[in-house]
Design a protein around this ligand. Structure first.
Ligand code: SAM
Length: 287
């Protein structure tokens, strides 16, 4: 079969889903399999494709037709300009999270430019937050934790890819794996993008997320706020006085998370909006 015919098959397999651009995705998948540029595909529509690639392509497009995320198909996704390995079992890093990381990097370069500081990333997933902070702020020492096996393995792959000796990952529940490493009261920043979907809303998520991304990365308990409560309480042991606790939140959780931080004695609390004008980040400082 030639490239043009395969693209037609790909398009037919996935068209009709409102969040998929069938031709563009078919081109992306095929160019990835053939290890060529997208532009190569456009000008070689009559080129013959070998049988094995043909079968792989159709298999992938069939999976995609059920909503399987493109990022898992490629095994890679860009975060803060850094291609990261992703696979089933880790949350695909989101552009909203980049906003929070940009804020943190700016904060570090403004207030801790010439200091060696410690940053904790709780629920690190692919390591996206920890790795970009460690890469762009080389004087930070970043500690990421995750309760699941696959994220810790994937985060280490990503860490090694960028040779970041200032970033380490720990397997376990929230702060537990940090209990015995002697960093109590030493962190300038604790960051987390925790699971924050209300349990009852899990079934309303887009199929790509609901069916294929890990539930352990999404479900934030009955009111979606379980992790904000636990991290705000547990984090106080690790923050320095004046240290910052910063969260990514769901668009309607700003006030609730602000209240949690206030109840735990944090001060100078702010809610920041994303590019769509939704509440997206809450931060506060330990007195
Ligand atoms: C929303 S994902 C965020 C992943 C990554 N930080 C990002 O922003 O792309 C939340 C992560 O928290 C992890 N997690 C869930 N419960 C946890 C717990 N009790 N302790 C540590 N990590 C946990 C999940 O495995 C998942 O990787």
């Amino acid at each position: 079969m030639v490239i043009g015919e395969l693209l037609e098959i790909g398009k037919t397999l996935i068209e009709g889903r409102d969040y998929i651009d069938p031709i563009l995705e078919s081109i992306l998948v095929l160019s990835n399999l053939l290890e060529v540029d997208k532009s190569y595909i456009y000008i070689h529509l009559d080129e013959e494709v070998d049988r094995e690639t043909e079968e792989k392509f159709i298999h992938i497009m069939e999976k995609r037709s059920h909503g399987y995320p493109l990022q898992y198909i490629f095994g890679e996704w860009d975060f803060m300009g850094l291609p990261l390995h992703v696979e089933e079992g880790v949350l695909i890093p989101r552009p909203e999270t980049e906003l929070m990381v940009e804020y943190i990097i700016e904060y570090i370069s403004k207030y801790h430019r010439n200091e060696d500081i410690k940053v904790l990333d709780i629920g690190t997933g692919s390591g996206a937050i920890a790795i970009s902070i460690g890469k762009y702020c080389p004087r930070t020492r970043v500690y990421g934790t995750d309760m699941e096996d696959i994220p810790i393995r994937v985060a280490n792959i990503n860490r090694n890819r960028y040779g970041l000796s200032n970033v380490s990952f720990y397997h376990g529940n929230l702060f537990e794996p940090l209990e015995d490493i002697g960093i109590d009261g030493e962190a300038q920043i604790i960051v987390s993008n925790p699971p924050y979907i209300r349990s009852e809303d899990m079934s309303t998520l887009q199929v790509e997320v609901r069916e294929f991304e890990p539930k352990s990365a999404l479900d934030g308990g009955r009111d979606g706020l379980d992790y904000y409560r636990k991290i705000s309480i547990g984090g106080k042991r690790y923050l320095r006085p004046g240290g910052m606790l910063i969260y990514e939140i769901g668009y309607d959780q700003g006030k609730d998370v602000e209240n949690i931080l206030r109840e735990q004695g944090f001060t100078c609390i702010s809610i920041l909006k994303d590019l769509q004008g939704h509440d997206r980040i809450v931060l506060g400082f330990l007195k």
